[in-house]
Design a protein around this ligand. Structure first.
Ligand code: PAF
Length: 277
């Protein structure tokens, strides 16, 4: 596995990578969720690249950029084990040199849910992904369904701007008790970690009601909220049942819906979702 830190070197190496190239962009501190993306990329492509870059522009001024967990040595070992050919690990100065001033923004879709809670977040994500796509030139890029809105926003960006790659969205990977995997779990204390399983339990309750024929979105939201509220450590930020493409909140579900939620445990925001279909 080759590790490259500069854009020039990455572009040079790209010329030697066999087609098609699968790419897994990450912010590091990897877990099984990331590795499932690498494995999928390995299955579907002749070569696999990954990036590790904690992107400052997608964190708000009061968010956890400085504290975001980092362990590059461990990440590199995991990526090598999963069959990655190249890892791009640029510095902040390499990606955002002085006087950097160009941004990529997707409208509308980014105003809801995570976009409403974290106003500059998606502009940072779409800008860094555009830069990474231009540098790495992948055939396919792999993202997790865990960040459902991010996946939709990136698909929209690629379609709207006629970018020459496919966005592949892979299933959520969960801990044995059902909690969706996240690098931010290291912030949770033991009590919060136990309480966090209520997110998955609430999603399961909604899925069961859905399977029994419930189509009233407000009733489903209430079931999720009431279950999570039984945990005194949990602070619900939002529970949404929305259209799966434009993310408009629904009253009645006619075909399918994205049930997504964000719950805070102390300072840690946990996301989870499922598609009701
Ligand atoms: O999902 C993430 O880890 C990040 O948002 C991404 C896509 C690597 C961009 O920094």
């Amino acid at each position: 596995m080759q590790i490259v830190e500069t854009i020039t070197e990455m572009k040079r190496l790209r010329l030697q990578l066999p087609e098609p190239l699968g790419f897994v962009p990450t912010m590091g501190y990897l877990h099984e969720g990331h590795i499932s993306l690498v494995r999928r990329a390995r299955e579907e492509n002749a070569s696999v690249a990954a990036s590790i870059f904690v992107n400052p522009t997608q964190f708000g001024p009061t968010e956890d950029f400085e504290d975001y967990p980092r362990d590059t040595k461990r990440d590199l070992a995991m990526l090598e084990e999963a069959g990655t050919d190249v890892v791009f690990t640029p510095s902040v100065a390499e990606m955002y040199p002085e006087r950097f001033s160009s941004w990529v923004e997707v409208g509308k879709l980014t105003e809801r849910l995570e976009g409403a809670a974290r106003p500059i977040h998606f502009r940072g994500v779409t800008t860094i992904c555009t830069k990474l796509f231009n540098i790495v030139e992948p055939t396919r890029a792999y993202f997790g369904q865990k960040d459902a809105q991010q996946a939709l926003v990136l698909k929209k960006m690629v379609a709207d701007l006629n970018m020459n790659l496919e966005i592949v969205v892979c299933p959520i990977i969960r801990e044995p008790d059902g909690l969706s995997m996240s690098s931010r779990h290291v912030y949770l204390n033991q009590e919060q970690r136990w309480a966090a399983v209520s997110l998955y339990q609430a999603i399961k309750l909604a899925e069961e009601l859905w399977a029994q024929g419930e189509r009233d979105a407000e009733r489903l939201r209430q079931v999720v909220i009431e279950h999570i509220q039984q945990q005194p450590l949990a602070e619900i930020e939002y529970v949404s049942i929305a259209d799966t493409e434009i993310l408009e909140e629904l009253e009645t579900i006619t075909s399918s819906a994205l049930l997504s939620l964000v719950v805070r445990f102390g300072k840690t925001r946990l996301l989870d979702n499922t598609i009701l279909k």
